[in-house]
Design a protein around this ligand. Sequence first.
Ligand code: NAD
Length: 354
Amino acid sequence: MSSHPETKLQVSVFDTKVYDREYLSGNPDSREIDWKFHDFRLSADTAPTVAGSTAVCLFVNDKGDRECLEILKECGVRMVALRCAGFNNVDLDAAAELGLSVVRVPAYSPHAVAEHAVALLLTLNRKIHRSFNRVRELNFSLNGLVGFDVVSRTIGVIGTGKIGRIAAQIFRGFGSRVLAYDVYPDHEWANSAGIEYVDFDSILSQSDILSLHIPLMNETFHLINNTTIKKLKKGAYIINTSRGRLIDTTALITELKSGHIGGVALDVYEEEEGVFFEDLSGKVLMDDELSLLINFPNVLITSHQAFLTHEALQEIARVTVTNLIRGDRGETFLDGTVLTDCTRSSPGNNSRPS
Ligand code: NAD
């Protein structure tokens, strides 16, 4: 493979941060790629910046709607590589009609997300975030820092897919009673892991801690709402590392104020777009509900960082770089990554701009 700059595959990468650039360009096969890293997002407005690239690489908040994809196509793009699992931000029907191949990274590190959920629970319960700040101020008092033994609590895991079952197993490792709920329960796994499947109402009413690991869909939008939140035990903790819109924020704030909910740890938030991943220090936060949540002593928020481990970033880069190169050569994409495959249906896809 030649490393001459003219023969390299040109890829425009949108919404990049330092770690995206580091891991994508650090992948050994990326010497075949000429990366054009942008910190702005892709939309119909920014799409013309792809001129000269035959592929684009997107993240969760880039907007690949029909209008945008048409501009990409006109500019000579043939492939869209999502460096995430979700693909709700790309119009796949339009992509297929336009002959654009779309690929994604279906799983990078379920351990990364599960471990972050556990880290959130332990931090929130033992108030590590508060004691860290106190000690830095030379305040060595323990008042207000009383937690509980996790072993003595019942933990409910909603969604026992790749991430949920790892989280459930770690929780079992504490010796806690672990309940699970999933529309497709795997009883064999549950039996071997010492975990008990129950129905939705039972997991709400019996759990001291509820951890959410389901995708956002029409059926799961506001799963935790005004009605369901009241079915939780008084003082229950909620951990959400899945998607913000699983929880109705207004209902959550009401029940935090009433004391019905004892603590909340969120890695995702309903209105996180344009806030999470950004450095807004020195600016006024315009989201009143988020401002309120940040100020509750029993709420812990991280900025959608559960996936952010070395292993996950390496895997995202590996799958993305491999697929970009394979797509450029007209070869088969990696198993399970394809959303639309137009590499073989349009001859000449493999040529690069001169
Ligand atoms: P998965 O597809 O492996 O598992 C999802 C599970 O949810 C499946 O077992 C499915 O049967 C179950 N499910 C679907 N609808 C349900 C419903 N209505 N009620 C009960 N169970 C239902 O997914 P995963 O890889 O484990 O990911 C879980 C979530 O984690 C996803 O929403 C994903 O977006 C989120 N996630 C977050 C981050 C982050 O950085 N915070 C990173 C990756 C994934």
